[in-house]
Design a protein around this ligand. Sequence first.
Ligand code: ADP
Ligand code: MG
Length: 448
Amino acid sequence: QWGTLKQDLLKTVGQNNFKTWIEPLEFADLTEGAVTFHVPTNFFGNYVSQNFGDLILHKLTSNGQRVQRVHFKVSANSLDRPAPRPVAEKTDFVSPSVTKDSLPGAPLDARFTFDSFVVGKPNELANAAARRVAEGGPVTFNPLFLYGGVGLGKTHLMHAIAWDLQQRRPDLNVVYLSAEQFMYRFVQALRDRKMMDFKQLFRSVDVLMVDDVQFIAGKDSTQEEFFHTFNALVDQNKQIIISADRAPGEIKDLEDRIKSRLQCGLVVDLHPTDYELRLGILQTKVEQYREQYPGLQLADGVLEFLAHRISTNVRVLEGALTRLFAFASLVGREITMELTQDCLSDVLRASERKITVEEIQRRVAEHYNIRLSDMIGPKRVRTLARPRQVAMYLSKQLTSRSLPEIGRRFGGRDHTTVMHGVRRIEELRVQDGQIAEDLELLRRALEA
Ligand code: ADP
Ligand code: MG
C-alpha cells in the first residue's frame, strides 16, 4: 500500500525531494482516521508536514483511504542511529600565510542577530535550519540554501549565523560575502594574475556564505569559479550557506550542474510575512525605539494598522516605523492613527494589497462551488479541472508568480500543466461567452 503510494509521490515531488524527504518516512500505523509516519528528527517532521503533509493526505484519500490527518512522529529507535559524518579534520595544505585578516569576507551588520530575528510561521523552518548550522556541529546538510523575496530576512539570517559561529567556534574561518563581491574578487584576481592566491584563500574557509547567488547567473567564468570553490569546500566537508531570491531550479542562466549542486543539501524558503509576524516585528522594533525616543506616546491600534496595511516586505515596514518615530519626535506629538496616515500616506498607497494565488483559488472555488482541497487536489474530472484551469489562468494574469511557482501552489503540478491550463482558458475566453463572463466577474471581485 504505502509502497505504491510512495511511487506515486516520487512522480509528484521529483527525485530530489523524494530522496530527502519521502523515502525516509516509515509508515507506523493507521487508527481512527489518522496516519502516523516515523521520522528521524523533529525538524524533519516539521518540514515534511509543512511541505508535503497536504499532498500525502490527498494521495491517501484519493487512494480510497479514510484518512483525515497525517502525523509525523520521531521514532524511538532513530535516536540510536549512527550520527552523521563528522566534520573533516582541518586540512593542513593551506599555507600558513592565510590569517583571519586576509579572509575575503564582508563586514557583518551588528543588528542582524538571532536575538533580533522575530520568528513566525513563514520563517520558522529557515530560522531552525540557520540555528542548526550556527551550532557549528557536524555538517548535516550541505549546502543550506535559503531563498525568498526581497526583505524577508535572508541576509539577516546569514549574518546571525556568522555572529553565532564566531562566538561558539572562534577557531573556524567564517566568511560571508555577496555573490557580487565574490565576482569582484575573482575579476580582480584575474586582472592581477593572482588566481592561485584567490583559490587558496577561498579553499581555506571553514564556513562559506554567499548571499544573493542569483547575481552570478549569466556570468560564465564567475559561475565556473564558484562551482570549483563550492566543490572543493564540499569535498572537505566544509559548511556552505547560500541565499537567492528564488529556488535553485528557477534561477535563469545558471548552469545545470550548479543548480543540481545547490539542491543537494537543504533548500528552505522564507515565505512572505503574515500579519502576526509583521506585528511581532513591529513590537520588537518599538521596544528598541523606546530607548531612543523616551517619552514618545504610541496610540492603540497603530501597530496593528501598519501590520495590516504594509504587507510587501519587512524592510519597508521597518522604514515606515523609523520614519514615524522620527517625525513624531520632531514635532513632539503622540503617534496617533491620524499622524500615522499623514506621515506615511505615500508608503501606504504604494503597498496597496497584492493578490495572491491562494486568494484566487479560494474565490474561484467559491464561484464554481467546489471544495478548495479539490482545487489543488489530484482529481481530473472536468467539473474540477475547468475551475482549476481558470484559477491558474487568473494566477498568471493577476500575480507575478512564474509558471513553476503557480504549479507548486496547485498541489505540486508541473509548469507545463499550468501552461496548458492557461492556454486552454485563453482559447475558451474567445469561444465561450460563459467563461468570458466568469473571468470578468472573478477578476473584478479579486481586484476590489
Ligand atoms: P533579504 O536579504 O531577504 O532581502 P534582509 O535580511 O536584508 O532581507 O532583511 C530586511 C530587513 O528586515 C532587515 O533590516 C532585517 O533585519 C529585517 N527583518 C527581516 N525579517 C525579519 C525578522 N523576522 N525579524 C526581524 N527583522 C527582520
Ligand atoms: Mg539580502
